[in-house]
Design a protein around this ligand. Sequence first.
Ligand SMILES: [Zn+2]
Length: 444
Amino acid sequence: MSGYDKIIRNGLIVSEDGIRKSDIGIRDRTIAEIADGIVGTAAEEINAEGLHILPGLIDTHVHFNEPGRGEWEGLETGSQSLAAGGVTTFFDMPLNSTPPTTTPAAFDLKKNAADRKSIIDYRLWGGMVPENLDELEELHKRGVIGFKAFMSNSGIEDFGYSEDVTLFQGMQQIARMGSILAVHAESNLITQQLSDHMKQNGRLNVRDYCDSRPVLSEMEAVSRILAYADAAKCRLHIVHASSCEVVSLISDAKKRGIDVTVETCPHYLSLTVSDFEELGPIAKCAPPLRDQEHVESLWNLVKLGEVDIIGSDHSPSPLHFKKGKGIFEAWGGISGAQSTLNVLLEEGYWKRGVPLEKIIKTACVNPAKRFGLDKTKGSISIGKDADLAIIDLKQSFTLKESDLRYRHKYSPYVGRTFRGKVLLTISNGNIVFGEKKAANEALS
Ligand SMILES: [Zn+2]
């Protein structure tokens, strides 16, 4: 019996099949043993009696904006905030960094920054824009996790939206490479015309903004991209679906054999247009927040397993991009990456009885499987990376600005009370958030 770097004793280990009490032995960044009463010594022991141990979350959707707009968030503060929320791997979107990750040189630049600054593991999305179809192959060789395209205006000048020919030609290439396309699916035509109409008629409040980006606009774009995915035989991932109608379209497509998955975000599962009216631009996102009935029906689809992945779509900016502007002009993007697990525990596990097994499926297991990381990540099994979140379901807290690790300390979740607290986050066997004593203290 050889020694371990760490032994975590008596934790309740959550897998997609159930919860069981066991010890975890970690050696060389890896889960080396899972057993009752591991015999052996460790440089460090953690007593997790009464605590739940989840696989570290995989956040498939963040915008850390570095290089170029690091002052909006940055890889250091971004990764620290994820670690504080139990996340151990993130996929960074190709925008709103500048240059955007649409060329091999831009990929190298971001990778270099992330290697130096991120405290957890990461992968990079490549961008697909009308100008870079001949760069996709090289980006794929560099190791992008997949490609991201916009079907409507991205809000950032250096990342154009893809019209139909670009989408279809790009998808044919992506299919040949065996990669995957993620799309922001809102109709450019519908959102543009409705936004213009609102502005021309002086309809400039929160509800008007939401009405300018209706569910119908998502449904039209999703239906179109599903047809292209089918024709091109391209793997497809729809990001940030805001409503059950959109998820249902995707469920139907799966039944027809289309290789598609769907993501929703914590804000669509916890915030409504009324919250947006109260909070103002810090709750602005696209697609916009919907009404309570949409929140409830999305949760039902999570319970049914029809939502594959929950990602934060953390998209922060300096506060002056939000404050003092009209709703249509304010930066659209929600700061929420640190709170994903808290939202899922409070709104899902506690309020709606969603089992922990289901929660980790959408936040750990499915992301790893869909993006080919499941040999090393996504569940607590022998041989996988020692990426863990140790949580105390019994502790509750009210989120304060000073708790936030973001560069800009605002979030629509400030002031909310959450049951379930992340005590320790372990990435590749190292503690990246919390202190060992915090886990022990929770016992007494
Ligand atoms: Zn996004």
